[in-house]
Design a protein around this ligand. Structure first.
Ligand code: BES
Ligand code: MN
Ligand code: MN
Length: 462
């Protein structure tokens, strides 16, 4: 380890409490990208990050407005290290809504430390993990007399949780301004506590809404029940025709392009420390696990496509009873996609299939809200090797390679538009409650993540 790397690690260790306090201040800003009433908070979070990037020594720091009119990107760079690679550090500062609020032990936007964890919406997804990048850079600037061992671009978006339309526009139209040798992302999980993990694949997705309209207005269900169509019942019929009881999706052509993982990959997954019963009990909590027969849980969540219903707005949802036949009902339905499925093609297959199974008496329309490509990344490069070594120094054990069942929409664009190798080095834990009540970040992992990033970036520049 070089003297400067040691000094950076020392600096980070000496400033742990300040790093956590700063993260808490960021977590107090409810930057919920999907809710229009929080647009001001989202911008405030962007400004908070931009001013810190300036303070630590990044240059050209700015909020980038996108043509799609959503939340701003935060950009900064430092490009003065000759003969060293350029690393594009990506993260997101937006968060998911915090509901249901009464399930939180402490309020979602009042960060609280308990048992070595920091609880708050966005603690691990992704403000805390993005902050690790910022703090690793601060420590490196500090230890290298205001310089860095590599060239750095930082690009942080505020729309990841709503599909990332703005950043996709920026990468498409201004990709030339992002020229780099690697995309570095900390927005994934470790496979188990103390087990350093690189994520080498993500599922893609299409997120859709089916709207069903029956009667012109809401009707008394006694006066009209029996003669008027019910949009919820129509939706129920449609949904049960999309997926069978064994978890197989019934859209014609849906599986045509699905590619199986290689034999080596499947073999490596079998060797991972995974206890299905523990997973069922502690993470899922249902009486039984469901899904496609013949596939392990890891295959089902990482390498098989699936379809889920997220909510069905409409009708009467207040306490008590109301006898009404709603005029309209909506179902929010998404599909997770795997390599080599193409989101636009799957959407067309789905849309025509839904039209073909629409019951009589109602109008059915299908719209696409957002989509993301599935990806797999190569592990055959110097950056992966450097990351494995860096994490070995911190965790004293070998890295495992996994895929993630979730999606990060911009990664596909980084690969396709910028031809970037991508390193997904995440420090979340399986029980961190992403998108759920009591989201947390294990603080030891926050600090070990910073240290891993310091060591990795130093090695990448050497
Ligand atoms: N960080 C997650 C994605 C993730 C989580 C990947 C765990 C691998 C393991 C990300 O913030 C996320 O939640 N993405 C959304 C994307 C969608 C809204 C377009 C998702 O996967 O639902
Ligand atoms: Mn995330
Ligand atoms: Mn998320």
């Amino acid at each position: 380890m070089s003297q400067n790397t040691a000094a950076a690690v020392e600096f980070a260790r000496g400033n742990q409490q300040r790093f956590v306090d700063e993260l808490k201040a960021l977590l107090r800003i409810p930057s919920i990208s999907t809710l229009p009433e929080h647009a001001g908070d989202v911008r405030r979070a962007a400004e908070f990050i931009a001013s810190e990037l300036r303070r630590i020594g990044l240059e050209n720091v700015s909020l980038v407005e996108t043509a799609t009119g959503g939340h701003p990107l935060v950009y900064g760079d430092w490009l003065h290290k000759e003969n060293a690679p350029t690393v594009l550090c990506y993260g997101h500062y937006d968060v998911q809504p915090a509901e249901p609020l009464d399930e939180w032990t402490t309020p979602p936007f009042e960060p609280a430390e308990r048992n070595g964890n920091l609880y708050a919406r966005g603690a691990v997804d992704d403000k805390g993990q993005m902050w690790m990048h910022v703090k690793a850079l601060e420590a490196l600037f500090e230890a290298n007399q205001g310089t860095l061992p590599v060239n750095i671009r930082v690009l942080i978006e505020g729309e990841e949780e709503v599909g990332g339309e703005g950043i996709a526009w920026f990468v498409r139209e201004h990709g030339g301004r992002l020229r780099s040798d690697l995309a570095l992302i900390s927005d994934t999980e470790m496979f188990a506590p103390d087990l350093p993990t690189l994520c080498v694949g993500l599922r893609g997705m299409i997120y859709t809404e089916i709207e069903v309209r029956g009667a012109a207005i809401d009707l008394h269900s006694g006066m009209y029940g029996g003669a008027a169509p019910n949009p919820f019942v129509a939706l129920a019929h449609i949904i049960t025709k999309l997926k069978d009881e064994d978890g197989r999706i019934l859209i014609p052509g849906f599986y045509d392009k699905v590619e199986s993982p290689s034999a080596e990959e499947l073999k490596a997954w079998k060797a991972l420390p995974f206890d299905e019963e523990h997973y069922r009990r502690t993470e899922v909590g249902s009486p039984e696990l469901t899904g496609e027969a013949g596939y392990s849980v890891l295959e089902r969540t990482w390498a098989r496509p699936t379809l889920d219903v997220h909510g069905m707005p409409g009708g009467f949802i207040g306490a008590g009873a109301k006898t009404v036949i709603p005029a309209k009902a909506v179902a929010k339905i998404s599909m997770r996609l795997v390599p080599k499925q193409v989101p636009a093609e799957v959407f067309e297959q789905y849309k025509s299939f839904v039209a073909s199974i629409a019951p009589r008496g109602v109008d059915v329309s299908v719209r696409l809200i957002h989509s993301a490509e599935p990806i797999v990344v190569s592990t055959d490069n110097q950056f992966v090797k450097a990351a494995v070594e860096a994490m070995h120094e911190v965790f004293a054990t070998d890295t495992v390679f996994v895929r993630g069942g979730g999606s990060i929409p911009i990664v596909g664009d980084f690969i396709r538009e910028l031809s970037l190798p991508t390193l997904m080095m995440g420090f979340g834990l399986p029980d961190d409650n992403l998108h759920a009540p009591n989201e947390k970040f294990h603080l030891a992992n926050f600090h070990r993540g910073i240290e891993s990033l310091i060591r990795f970036l130093s090695a990448a520049g050497a």
